[in-house]
Ligand binder design. Sequence first.
Ligand SMILES: [Zn+2]
Length: 299
Amino acid sequence: MSSPDSWTTFHCENPDFTVRSVPDDISFRVNRESMRNSEVFRDMFLIGEGGSSGHEEQTVDIHETAAVLIALLRLLHYPPAPPVLKPQEENWQYGIPHHKWPKRMYDPASVIPLPLLLDLLYGLVDKYAISDAVAQTFNVHLLAHASTFPLQVYGFATAQGIDYVANEASQYLMPLASYRPHEIALIPDVLAYHKLVQLQAARVKALRDLVIGEEIFPHGYGACPSHQQETTACWEARRTALASVIETDTDIAGEMEAMAESLPKTCKACQKACTAAVQMLAYKSRKTLRRIDQLPAES
Ligand SMILES: [Zn+2]
């Protein structure tokens, strides 16, 4: 489990060694073999074994607070598992998929909280040279936060060179102009910022083209004999209005769906055509450019 609590307590089942937090003067019984998951401790033991008589237990002083040491000991003794995916069906229970819904959803209880990851755990992996497999598991946890905290995740992943996570996060960002300066400062450099500017401009254009191009009765298909003219006019007025206010995170299908209200409510043909056109928009808007790795390569 990765609940926040699980990172604040530590207990070792088969201890044969002791480490002490120097600032807090608290000792922890630990397992020597597990401590070897850190290259730093592996090296320390190598040196220690040369001179020790072997069997008596030793204590190693560590200059970390007890809270940090607990997290480190947990990492070494119980390497975290990747977050647990929710079954796919749960994502699609509401019919028309919202453009912002992630393709993968995780059981929240299985995901390591973002502040813990960014402020502590990645740093420990680095400082104590813990195996790369642990960092890769953290990357999957980071990915699981992409849809909820896209800016933090994009900024961190870009700075660390975890491209596949940065790409994933890029699609969930709000329009850049809507962020506050201290939030935008999470983006590590101007090139990473510029990529987002390009993405958002290209996506707005693509969404606009989709809205302008989507007919309610495509090639006369499904046309309502009673209201063809007024329904077509109504759809066109709405899409023209929408096209001028589209932002990168506009749910074009959701916006157009609302117009079913203004169509003759009891007319099955009109309502059906509207639903079909909205579903087509939802499908196309999910397919269209949404991530920085889909931008054309720079020459
Ligand atoms: Zn009709």
